[in-house]
Design a protein around this ligand. Sequence first.
Ligand SMILES: C[S@@+](CC[C@H](N)C(=O)[O-])C[C@H]1O[C@@H](n2cnc3c(N)ncnc32)[C@H](O)[C@@H]1O
Ligand code: SF4
Length: 451
Amino acid sequence: MSYLENLESAGLFDRSVPRYTSYPTAPHFHDGVGRKQFDGWLKSLDTAHPVSIYVHIPFCERLCWFCACRTQGVSSLSPVQAYLNTLLAEIAMFKAARPKGLKLGRLHFGGGSPTILTPDMIDTLIAAIRDAIDFDDTYEFSVEIDPTACSDEKLGAFARGGMNRASIGVQDFNEKVQAAIGRPQGYDLTRKTVESLRKYGINSINIDMVYGLPYQDLEALINTTRQVITLTPDRVALFGYAHVPWMAKRQKMISEDSLPGAYERFAQAERAAKMFSEAGLTAIGIDHFAVPTDSLAIASQNGHLRRNFQGYTDDRCTALIGLGASSISRFPQGFTQNNAATVNYSKSIASGNWSASRGFSLGLEDRMRSRAIEMLMCDFQMDLDALTAEFGDFTKSLFSDCRQVSETFPNFTTFDGNVLKINPEGRPLTRIIATVFDTYTTSEAKHSRAI
Ligand SMILES: C[S@@+](CC[C@H](N)C(=O)[O-])C[C@H]1O[C@@H](n2cnc3c(N)ncnc32)[C@H](O)[C@@H]1O
Ligand code: SF4
């Protein structure tokens, strides 16, 4: 059998599987875990370790049809101002409840589009966070930047507040693709945004690209990849387009006929990866690339790469506090998620209650499987000795799963009794292989394509 036939028989071209940005994945969160657990878990945080904070801004000036993020289009700033007031109240609650001495290691503003905030709003939000928690000396502060909803003044405000990393959405520069996803965005504007960021001293810039978009063919993908390389990003995230119109209703604007097929998607992902590698970027996990001096590439080399809701990270904070509507928090004991609907989130905070409305409490087996799957997603290998050192004999239950993987994917994996390895040709199958270790089976309909 050829390489592609082997991948096909392993399910690469027809399966839909989780992206494993968490384990268990978010569809398994339930309302038996909520504000009570959030409050208890927050108050029991160990101040010896800095925490990460994620702030969600669920608004955009434009609504791109391909986007599966939790956001809404707005034509005026009044709902944004009202939301900011709620966020400030939530931050004040956080300040009152957190253990004394807790420090912030990472701060991430995501969305939606944080760049919809005016410079004054940005100053106010960052001042509130700085008042609520001290920044650790080695803190990192990143912001998702939409070049079409941005200005020098806004970037200046983020930089003044301490932003030292930025992530810019590109997706694809081809005009036909952009028209089909409702997201016009010129190369020149994007280049100016990169230059502005560098002028403000932001030396770590990520660019988001997406393959598998409507009308995107290999030529469009190659041209966009070339253009992205000329922007000299420190990192690139190359996501496969997740077409999930039953969840993201706006995707109904995209005709299924215009989408490239699974083989074409695979060719696009492979070609972009080859071009990034030829341009000197190191491949990180299943879909990221970074210059070798970038901390993500270094973490990948040292076995310190981790996976969280934003994708790959070198963040080793043991807890992540999610602020804002729909934000997910992760504690050593489990996950909580704030109300997804802004109106419900705002009502909770206005009544002085945390907004966490669902979540998941982690047992020891969950924690072990979570780390085992993270190892596969980050390092393409699962080290059972390392897991046993952390979780004890409990890891015995993983042996039969590892054996099952090596029997099911003999051309793509090896298992010597201690370490399960996915070989380089098998890497496109990583998410499929990870499902073997997932004891919470979910219907494929809830997930995106394996490629
Ligand atoms: C919150 S969004 C983007 C931030 C900013 N609003 C912008 O548009 O530049 C984060 C990233 O998620 C990715 N994304 C959104 N929807 C996606 C989908 N359906 N499939 C794959 N990636 C998606 C895009 O690459 C996007 O840049
Ligand atoms: S891609 Fe960015 S700008 Fe477009 S809808 Fe999604 S969050 Fe908003």
